[in-house]
Design a protein around this ligand. Structure first.
Ligand SMILES: NC(=O)c1ccc[n+]([C@@H]2O[C@H](COP(=O)([O-])OP(=O)(O)OC[C@H]3O[C@@H](n4cnc5c(N)ncnc54)[C@H](O)[C@@H]3O)[C@@H](O)[C@H]2O)c1
Length: 448
């Protein structure tokens, strides 16, 4: 079998559940390249002042707007949101920061297209509900702008390919804003891996385990849209917070590549119970029915034989974790609780606190930016993420993650759903890099 991209889409359409592969024999790894141009380590000429437009300035979009107002050499030129009051609020922040009032766009769900056509922008960042990420990014790139999207970048394999192919064709950046790659322990872990402390990394465990019941039933913000996905989809709907950082440790797309996954979901109970107890079983919410299994577990195999366990759990009572466990031949680290075990260095069979290793392995971005980032969302990582994006664009270097990472990490959404629907049958990852993962240089330690 040597399916072309077109065959690949046909197979998906025939399967009737988006673009999926029912057996490994028709794996898309042999997809024929559509372009001969170098597609990785992509860089553009330095952009001295980055002119930005935003689409979606609700919860997360607002965090980004405020962060970028605190980063030098950024000009916020345009704001789009379907809610006019949110546009006005963001415009006010920009003016208060001493910049001219940005143009506002709020004439409906497709008004971002008018913004792209009218405004001279270098970069458009979207923090809209999931279904708008790809339409906004594609429109931005087609209009010559670089695109940045909140997570996950895409919700199906077909959407992942749209991002990859548009970025390649337009020669624009398309980056997924995976802030967890910039969290302190994750960056320290990357440092430890790169410096060989863990030996060869063989296995990781990660996930997004966050009790979102209250948020999903809220009458504002994500409550207006996120719950709907749990009515239609059963799989890992939000894979990238956990997966991104460990994928970087494992050199995914830069020496290794995701090969296939199997996925299973537990029954769906949490949202139904919560709604009945909070609003009453005869309320509108109490009558809603959900298909999203409360605990979805996926097991990913890489081409070099490494393994990753990835969990999605957002409907049950529990404390927060993304796990972030990385096991190497010389030791293991994990987060929540943050602990390290290194053979020959840690007391035998005893975890050590991560802090014991901070003096040696603290990442330079945290040394440099922690104080500035404190107010910038999620304990500092959001500011560091936004800072790095501008630093890379201004220096004309490749971004820390690229469209292939956005696609590979987000592909778990569609693949896990397909596997769950087929009793855990393996689903092949497309090789979005079309073989270039074999020769792509490693990521390094980010910004070092
Ligand atoms: N990285 C993180 O830690 C993190 C945290 C929260 C949310 N997110 C992501 O950010 C995105 C937004 O989540 P949120 O919590 O800010 O949700 P939100 O509902 O608060 O914000 C979404 C905004 O998009 C606007 N919008 C909807 N459709 C639009 C359209 N077609 N054009 C323009 N504006 C539109 C809404 O009016 C709203 O203001 C999601 O992708 C979510 O997964 C990421």
């Amino acid at each position: 079998m040597n399916p072309t991209r077109r065959d690949f889409l046909k197979v998906g359409a025939a399967a009737g559940v988006g673009v999926v592969f029912s057996t490994l024999e028709i794996a898309p790894a042999a997809v024929v390249p559509v372009s001969g141009a170098a597609r990785t380590a992509f860089r553009v000429a330095p952009i001295p002042t980055v002119r930005m437009g935003f689409v979606g300035v609700g919860g997360m979009g607002s965090v980004h707007v405020r962060n970028f107002l605190n980063i030098d050499n950024v000009r916020i030129s345009a704001i789009c949101d379907v809610v006019e009051a949110k546009v006005a609020r963001a415009q006010k922040w920009v003016e208060e920061a001493g910049q001219p009032k940005p143009a506002g766009y709020s004439r409906g769900a497709l008004d971002f297209k008018r913004m792209m056509a009218e405004e001279d922008l270098d970069l458009v960042l979207t923090a809209t509900p999931w279904e708008w990420h790809v339409p906004v990014c594609v429109e931005a790139m087609k209009n010559g702008k670089h695109a940045a999207t909140e997570v996950p970048a895409a919700t199906s394999l077909e959407e992942c390919w749209q991002l990859v192919e548009t970025a390649e064709k337009t020669r624009r950046h398309c980056v997924m804003m995976e802030n967890c790659c910039y969290d302190r322990i994750e960056l320290m872990t990357l440092n430890m891996v790169r410096k060989g402390l863990l030996g060869e990394v063989l296995h990781a465990e990660a996930g997004y385990l966050h009790d979102l019941r209250e948020i999903k039933f809220s009458s504002v913000g994500e409550g207006l849209w996120r719950r709907q996905h749990a009515m239609k989809h059963n799989g890992n709907l939000y894979p990238t917070h956990g997966l991104g950082p460990v994928a970087q440790c494992m050199n995914i797309n830069r020496g290794d590549v995701f090969d296939y996954l199997v996925s299973m979901s537990s029954p769906s109970r949490g949202l139904q119970i919560y709604a009945a107890e909070t609003f009453g079983k005869d309320s509108a919410q109490g009558k809603e029915r959900f298909v999203l299994g409360d605990v979805n577990s996926s097991l990913i195999k890489t081409r070099n034989g490494k393994t990753i366990i990835l969990i999605h759990e957002t409907n049950l009572p529990r404390p927060y974790t993304r796990i972030n466990l990385v096991q190497g031949t010389r030791g293991i680290v994990q987060k929540w609780p943050d602990q390290v075990y290194i053979e020959g260095r840690s007391p035998k069979d005893e975890w050590e606190p991560f802090e014991t290793y901070a003096a040696e392995f603290e990442h330079q971005l945290w040394t440099k930016l922690a104080a500035q980032g404190e107010e910038g969302g999620h304990g500092g990582m959001d500011f560091i993420e936004d800072y790095r994006l501008i630093e890379c664009l201004r220096s004309g270097v490749p971004l820390d993650t690229d469209v292939y990472d956005a696609a590979a990490w987000s592909a778990v959404v569609g693949l896990s759903e397909a596997s769950v629907a087929r009793k855990g049958q393996p689903q092949a990852f497309p090789d979005f890099t079309r073989g270039l993962w074999k020769t792509n240089p490693p990521l390094g330690t980010i910004g070092a």
